[in-house]
Ligand binder design. Structure first.
Ligand code: GDP
Ligand code: MG
Length: 597
């Protein structure tokens, strides 16, 4: 199609502001999908996505819209709304010339509205503000338009007002896209230059590469080179998403679609890489890509030691469809053989854990998430560690550097004091405060990443009655007064229960940990001391008293089946225990200490 009749755009929004619903309405109104076959959030097709109402992977779909008798091809590139997946948002935006900035007219501008809008501004996109959910009785479109002006400096006066639910105003949005978003400017006659903005693993088709053609044309049977990766593949199938894969044989300058080749794993495809013809003249690559940054690490151990190989296979299978996931084998005295995994963030970690348990039927023990720390050695060299167990003794290194995030928090003004309090408790350093309207404020703090994954976000949500939203990005690494909090059960170190924390928090966290453990470890035939320590200094201690009599004693002389049942129950319970020294620690105890704080 003539690039003059093509428009490429994204919808950017804070989570739950209606992006998927608006996409549904656009597919319906343009007749891309038959009303009878319509189901909610059509583009969110992974089970977990639908269930949790989030969009994990970017999606693309081609729709056609007629305006003033001319037919236009509109390529909608859906982006994930969650901060863990910001890199994918960035790449999707680079495939577009425009973006709809969708804001819930009853909620207003939220932290991720701002973060995503800035990404779109940086990518030089034409931004069209759209106020959604105007069917709600408490919608305040005028006030929210003002918030858009104040927080983003965009003109809010001609924001479109829509209801993605009823469809009101949606065809005006399609008209606005044609009028306001610039047509792609690529050169159809130039050699092929295309951006990989996403890739997914499909059980039946293999790897499907999502691409946006900037110059030239991509055709089936051509040999395609991935410029940074240096790999060459034959394009076996080329097409568009309508929204199902629709083979077209070729994609021209300005178009968005996919190609399939005999690529086996997602690891072979680098999102952000430039595609060109293997035999063609050299072209300048599009603005570069960077590898995924792992913000959070945690270890997974199978509850049953025998499931180690199954866990390895499950992780390998997941990795096919999630190239951001990283894993390597680890061993622990307490937990046996497992894997240390790297994640983009906490949500990413939760999704992986749930997919392992659900799709692969594995029972897992997961250690507390940790961030990456950098150890500065005496000679000035640095190395990274990803678990408390890797932290050397204090005299073996010069200092520890921890990752610091710049966090922007959006809250109603009455919660400013509350947020400041939470930020201080989490070692936050104040950066600035800006009013986006008379009643809403954006607060910026620099907060250690470890505090954010500890419980900062939960605290923010619960103490602002859900109104506080936040977004963060990695700022840098800074030296911190950090110590390893050891946990000893019957005088033996249990590395899997240890953690790294700030010196000032060690006493409190140590006491909390020991209290929780005490509740979960059953009595033994002997006394079991539980201790928390920093270095050689014991900071908390509890004792589990010895058991006095045999559990089966009360059954003596009684009914034999009852006794057998009791023994069987004990045996089953035992399987979910780990022995450290000669103390049995139930899985529940690990979960209590490592899980919710
Ligand atoms: P996303 O997270 O931005 O993709 O948001 P969704 O499209 O999943 O929508 C979040 C929730 O808002 C869902 O329960 C939708 O039914 C609802 N929603 C979306 N648009 C509208 C609208 O225009 N009016 C009303 N009343 N609800 C809407
Ligand atoms: Mg969605």
């Amino acid at each position: 199609m003539d690039p003059k009749h093509i428009r490429n755009f994204s919808i950017i929004a804070h989570i739950d502001h209606g992006k998927s619903t608006l996409a549904d309405r656009m597919l319906e109104i343009t007749g891309t999908i038959d009303k009878r076959r319509m189901r909610d959030r059509l583009l969110d097709d992974m089970d977990l996505e639908r269930e949790r109402g989030i969009t994990i992977k970017a999606r693309a779909v081609t729709i056609y819209h007629v305006k003033d008798g001319e037919k236009y091809q509109l390529n909608l590139i859906d982006t994930p709304g969650h901060v863990d997946f910001n890199y994918e948002v960035e790449k999707s935006l680079q495939a577009c010339e425009g973006a709809l900035l969708l804001v819930d007219a009853s909620q207003g501008v939220e932290a991720q509205t701002v973060a995503n809008a800035y990404l779109a501004i940086e990518a030089n996109l034409e931004i069209i503000p759209v106020l959604n959910k105007i069917d709600l009785p408490h919608a305040r479109p005028d006030e929210i338009a003002e918030e858009i002006e104040n927080s983003l400096g965009l003109d809010g006066t001609n924001a479109l007002a829509v209801s993605a639910k009823t469809g009101a105003g949606v065809s005006e949005v399609l008209d606005a896209l044609v009028e306001q978003v610039p047509a792609p400017t690529g050169d159809p006659a130039a050699p092929l230059r295309a951006l990989i903005f996403d890739a997914v693993y499909d059980e039946f088709r293999g790897i499907i590469v999502y691409l946006r053609v900037f110059d030239g044309t991509i055709r089936e049977k051509e040999r395609i080179r991935m410029m940074s990766a240096g790999k060459v593949f034959e394009a076996l199938e080329v097409g568009r998403f309508n929204p199902k894969m629709d083979r077209s044989g070729a994609l021209g300058a300005g178009e968005v679609g996919y190609f399939i080749s005999n690529i086996k794993t997602l690891g072979d495809v680098a999102v952000g890489d430039t595609l060109t013809l293997d035999k063609g003249p050299v072209v300048k690559p599009l603005p570069g890509y960077r590898p995924a940054v792992h913000m959070v690490y945690a270890d997974f151990y199978p509850t049953n030691n025998g499931d180690f190989e199954e866990l390895r296979e499950a992780l390998s299978t997941l990795k096919l469809s999630d190239s951001a996931l990283d894993f390597a084998p680890v061993t622990s005295d307490a937990l046996g053989f497992g894997f240390r995994c790297g994640f983009l963030g906490l949500l990413h970690m939760e999704i992986v854990q749930q997919r392992l348990e659900r799709e692969h039927d594995l029972d897992l023990i997961q250690t507390a998430p940790t961030v990456t720390y950098r150890i500065v050695n005496h000679d000035g060299s640095e190395r990274e560690i990803h678990s408390p167990g890797q932290l050397p003794d204090p005299d073996k290194f010069e200092s520890i550097l921890e990752p610091i995030a710049r966090v922007s928090i959006m809250v109603p003004a009455e919660y400013i004091g509350t947020v400041m309090q939470i930020a201080i408790e989490h070692r936050g350093v104040y950066v600035r405060q800006e009013y986006v309207s008379a009643t809403r404020v954006q607060l910026t703090y620099d907060i250690p990443m470890a505090e954010i994954i500890y419980d900062f976000y939960d605290k923010l949500k619960s103490s602002t009655r859900g109104y506080g939203t936040m977004n963060y990005e990695l700022l840098d690494f800074q030296a911190g007064d950090l110590v390893k909090l050891r946990v000893l059960v019957n005088s033996a170190d249990v590395d899997a229960l240890s953690s790294i924390c700030h010196k000032d928090q060690a006493d409190y966290r140590g006491r909390q940990t020991i209290k929780k453990l005490r509740k979960e470890i059953p009595r033994h035939m002997f006394e079991v001391p539980l201790q928390a320590a920093v270095g050689g200094r014991i900071i908390a201690r509890e004792t589990i008293r010895a058991m006095r009599k045999d559990v089966t004693a009360k059954c003596y002389g009684g009914d034999i089946t009852r006794k057998r049942k009791l023994l069987e129950k004990q045996k089953a319970g035992k399987r979910r225990m780990r022995s450290v020294g000669n103390v049995d620690i139930p899985q529940k105890a690990f979960l209590a200490v490592l899980g919710d704080k």
